[in-house]
Design a protein around this ligand. Sequence first.
Ligand SMILES: [Zn+2]
Length: 236
Amino acid sequence: MEKALYMDDCYLKEFEATVESTKDGKYVVLSQTAFYPVSGGVANDTGVLAKGDEEFPVVYVGKFDDAISHEVSKPGLKPGDKVTGKIGWERRYKLMRLHTTAHLLAAIMHNKAKALITGGQIEADKARMDFSLEDFDRGKIEEYMQLANKLVQTDAPVKVSYMKREDALKIPDMVKLANKMPPNVGTLRIVEIEGIDRQADGGCHVKSLKEIGKIELLKVENKGKDNRRLYYMVSD
Ligand SMILES: [Zn+2]
């Protein structure tokens, strides 16, 4: 599999790569990439692949057969072409802020209410989190949001590291997503909000909490006996 540069540097906005293969003129696999493919409930990056002065807009990025595939809206790239990848940064940065927010909220809900996070979806313009909680109280959820905003003000650092799977899974609460254990690999990528949360995670995050800005609770829904859903957004 090609190198996924975003794993070690979530702030990399531009990179050089060689086209390894193309399919149907629009699905491009590169020697390395900083484009995040849709995965883990988080939306993909967009941007461009530039070959000299010619630009090929990247409209979708997905993982297929273990390769990160860039869907471009214009044909013409061929194996061996040297390209510069440019990430649509405004969108990506928003997704990073929302993703770190999701980890922060999950940690609070887990610690305060023993809620289990059962799912989530993060798009640049909307984000939701599903959780399992018997006693539902909107006031409590609002309290958790206030606490989240207070924690943002502490500006705790967010760090990425790697750990052996067997060691990681010995740490209580390391994997909070019910039914979503990390894939069976020897080394896990760990995202840590210092002093608050540690998760096995393959996504892009801000490097300290203040970058999140202000977290707003938009809506809370009952989705059956124990299932709840909340919608949130971040602003400057
Ligand atoms: Zn995550």
